[in-house]
Design a protein around this ligand. Structure first.
Ligand code: ZN
Length: 220
């Protein structure tokens, strides 16, 4: 069956290559030369879009395309999100976009400071051997970082206005904040169900989506 598949435009191709530094996007591989792979197969989406393209070496490309292979689509989206697509975007002469990008980078930085402290808070509050002093100390660190995260979310939403991107950032933030409230109000030591939750895993897909949406919006 002949399916006519247009070539990937050279400008788009260049952005995908720059995003990965002209090396295989799997961080432990980084081989050259590279090919451009579709994360969701071309046959399904029938278009070439930046968010769906990634640079892979022929070996990783083959391993990814093999349905019984070790690399699934969720993992590949995570590899894509871990690249820095923002590097490949030129923001020159685009009103407001520098602000939007800065607000996003600030949000990422604040979440990256806050989340590990909360995770540690849970670990400490889960251990019977933890002293009250130790718990109070980590709790006050967590509150401090939460305040910064709240500020970053507010700034992000004001920079991005009413949009899907703002909504998603808010949803991720409140998902984590609700979990923090539960941890905060739960007795010591924390009950098993709270201990077992993996908050970073819970928000990983939404965070990857947010990242790719931000990249897409800024490159329009
Ligand atoms: Zn590779």
């Amino acid at each position: 069956m002949a399916i006519s598949r247009p070539k990937i435009p050279s400008e788009l191709r260049r952005r995908v290559l720059i995003e990965a530094g002209h090396r295989c996007a799997i961080p432990t591989c980084k081989s050259t030369p590279v090919e451009i792979a579709h994360i969701i197969p071309w046959a399904k989406v029938r278009k070439h879009e930046f968010k769906n393209l990634i640079a892979l070496c022929p070996t990783c490309h083959t391993r990814f395309d093999d349905p019984h292979g070790p690399i699934d689509r969720k993992a590949m989206r995570q590899y894509k999100a871990n690249l820095n697509p923002l590097l490949s975007i030129s923001l020159a002469n685009r009103d407001g976009q520098a602000n939007m990008l800065a607000a996003y980078q600030e949000l990422r930085a604040r979440l990256a400071e806050w989340l590990p402290i909360e995770v540690e808070y849970v670990a400490i509050k889960s251990r019977l051997s933890s002293s009250r002093e130790k718990i109070e100390k980590i709790k006050s660190d967590a509150v401090d970082k939460l305040a910064w995260a709240i500020g970053a979310v507010a700034d992000f939403q004001s920079a991005w206005g009413e949009s899907e991107v703002s909504d998603l950032a808010g949803a991720i933030f409140y998902h984590v904040a609700d979990w923090c409230d539960e941890v905060e109000s739960a007795p010591f030591p924390l009950p098993e169900d709270l201990k077992q939750r993996d908050i970073l895993e819970e928000i990983s897909e939404a965070s990857a989506d947010l990242h790719l949406m931000v990249c897409e919006e800024l490159s329009m």
